[in-house]
Each structure stands twice: as C-alpha cells, then as structure tokens.
Design a protein around this ligand. Structure first.
Ligand SMILES: NC(=O)c1ccc[n+]([C@@H]2O[C@H](COP(=O)([O-])OP(=O)(O)OC[C@H]3O[C@@H](n4cnc5c(N)ncnc54)[C@H](OP(=O)(O)O)[C@@H]3O)[C@@H](O)[C@H]2O)c1
Length: 277
C-alpha cells in the first residue's frame, strides 16, 4: 500500500492518478477527504501531518509514503512511520535546501531541511525531491490575464526554469515504486530558463493574444502579496527573484534521467492549464 499525502495538491493529485493508472494499491490522505473530489474508486483517509495522533490510521499497512512537507512535522512523522513499519518515504522537499550551508537561507529552506534531517536520522529508506520553481506559481497571474493583456508584478527579468507538477509527480512515482532511489536527492527543474516577461509572452502565445509583463516597484508588489503570503516567506520569494535577475536559472536533467522522458516545457504547462488563464 502506498500513502499519498498532499493528495489534493498540485503534485499529489498527479502522483495519485499515475499510481492508480499503474494499478497500485493507493491510499489518498487529506485533512478533509469528504470535501475533496477524488478519482473513481480511490481509498481515502483523514490525516493531518500537524496532528501526530491522526497518522497511525493513515499509515497502517503502508509500505511507501509520498510526503508533503508540513513545517515542524518531521520527527512525529518519522516516529509514526517507523511504528507502522513503513519502509520507504519520498519527500517533496525544495531546491532551496543547501547542503553546504551551516544555516539555511530563510524559512522555506529551513523547514524543508528540518524534515530531511528527521528522515536522514531514521531507519526509513528516503528519497528527497528538490524541485525549483513550480510552473503552477504563475497561476497567480490568472486573474490579470482574464481581465486584460498585461501581467503586473515584480522583476520582469527574474528567471526560473519552471517545472510542470506532473514531472515532479512522475519522479515521485518512480522513487515510490522502483528500487535504486534510496538515499538519492533529485534536483528537479523544467527544461528552460525563462524570465517573468518570457513566461507572460508564452501565455499570450498559447492563448492567441499578446500578453506583456509590466514591472512594478518591489514595494508595491510586497504590499499586494502580503495579504496572502506570510512575511518571512514573502521576503524569501522577493529575494529569490531579485537574486535571479541577470542569471540564467539552473536547468537539470534529473526528470529525464529518472523518468526516461524530457521534462515538459513551460509552453506545455500553459497549454495544459489554458482554461485557468
Ligand atoms: N511552489 C514552488 O515553487 C515550490 C518549489 C519548491 C518546492 N515546493 C514544495 O512543494 C509544496 C507544494 O506542493 P503542491 O503545489 O503540490 O501543494 P499544494 O497544491 O499547495 O497543496 C497542498 C497540499 O498539502 C496538503 N496539506 C497542507 N497542510 C497539511 C497538513 N497539515 N497535513 C496534511 N496535508 C496537508 C493539502 O491537503 P488537504 O488540504 O486536502 O489536507 C494539499 O493537498 C510546497 O509546500 C513546497 O514544500 C514548492
């Protein structure tokens, strides 16, 4: 039995469908499974990674877990997984984690590194997926593309190699179901470094109308985003954008190495989500 946590999320939903498609025995976890829409026939369980008491039922009879990173959840998850006899854990970590740093740079890297640390210190077989920027982050522009032809935001020249969530899920499924991934760390990116302005242009090309990116002062963007994003996380996002300006984003071959197919392009991702824009 494979337990998929974060099963209602971008990556977890794909991982769940791919595992079901392979005919695997899967259990999908959510804090509120009764509120979600599930693929036909899937078994679900209520579990909150922030509430260790809820984990025993979810983990009973489970051999492998796809683990969503909830801040502070590492030690209690490890204890529950070991008690349940889980063998293998594939963690959705973050490319922000820096193995060389004495102290992680910011809260995003820090909480993922803490969960990695808990797994490293366990008797579980672990694999860490460290994706960089998700293509799905640009869904934050959807309200603007629906309302007009301009995306307004910070740093037009900030770069990323946006990754399709289905590619992260495909790597997760390989690591969950095949041998040879224990102790491995995969740095996952899309196939091409693109600026914010490039990404807006590609959305326009897919939608069939020109879309441009208008750079706003960073303080204006900080104020607008602070309604939805906690301060320390927002600082980290804005710093990452600022640091990337003028530098091509890292592009790795790990998706292709693990799945045997090239990583989907940002254009592919927009085509798959065109209705949202
Ligand atoms: N966005 C990026 O650019 C980026 C880059 C690198 C790494 N990451 C990593 O990827 C993650 C985002 O993945 P995603 O986009 O697939 O997620 P998502 O779409 O934001 O979905 C979040 C999922 O986590 C579940 N969840 C939240 N709190 C939980 C808890 N306390 N216990 C159990 N489940 C909980 C939610 O399920 P329910 O509501 O159904 O319980 C939901 O399915 C980030 O958190 C980060 O760890 C993101």
């Amino acid at each position: 039995m494979i337990l998929v946590t974060g099963a209602t999320g971008n990556v977890g939903r794909h991982a769940l469908e791919m595992l079901l498609g392979q005919g695997r025995e899967v259990r999908a976890a959510s804090r509120a499974p009764e509120r979600a829409t599930w693929p036909a026939g899937v078994r679900t369980v209520a579990a909150d990674l922030a509430d260790p008491a809820s984990l025993a039922t979810a983990l009973a009879g489970v051999e492998a877990v796809f683990l969503f990173a909830v801040p502070g959840s590492g030690p209690a998850f490890v204890a529950a997984a070991e008690a349940a006899g889980v063998r293998r854990v594939v963690l959705l970590s973050s490319g922000a984690v820096d193995d060389e740093a004495e102290e992680q740079d910011g809260p995003i890297a820090a909480y993922h590194a803490e969960i990695e640390q808990a797994l490293r210190g366990s008797g579980l077989e672990w694999t860490f997926l460290r994706p960089d920027v998700f293509a799905a982050n640009t869904l934050m522009w959807a309200a603007q593309t629906k309302a007009g032809d301009v995306v307004r935001g910070a740093y037009a020249d900030a770069t990323a190699a946006p990754i399709h969530e289905a590619d992260i899920a495909a790597v997760a499924v390989a690591a969950l179901t095949e041998d040879g991934h224990a102790g491995e760390i995969y740095r996952l990116t899309g196939p091409q470094s693109l600026s914010h302005a490039d990404q807006a242009e590609i959305i326009g090309e897919v939608l069939g109308r020109p879309i441009t990116y208008q750079e706003l002062p960073v303080e204006t963007v900080r104020q607008a985003m602070s309604a939805h994003v906690p301060g320390a996380i927002l600082d980290g996002i804005l710093k990452a954008w600022a640091d990337s300006v003028g530098r091509p984003a890292l592009v790795t071959a790990d998706v292709e190495k693990i799945t045997g197919r090239t990583a989907r392009s940002y254009r592919d991702w927009v085509s798959d989500h065109a209705a949202a824009f």
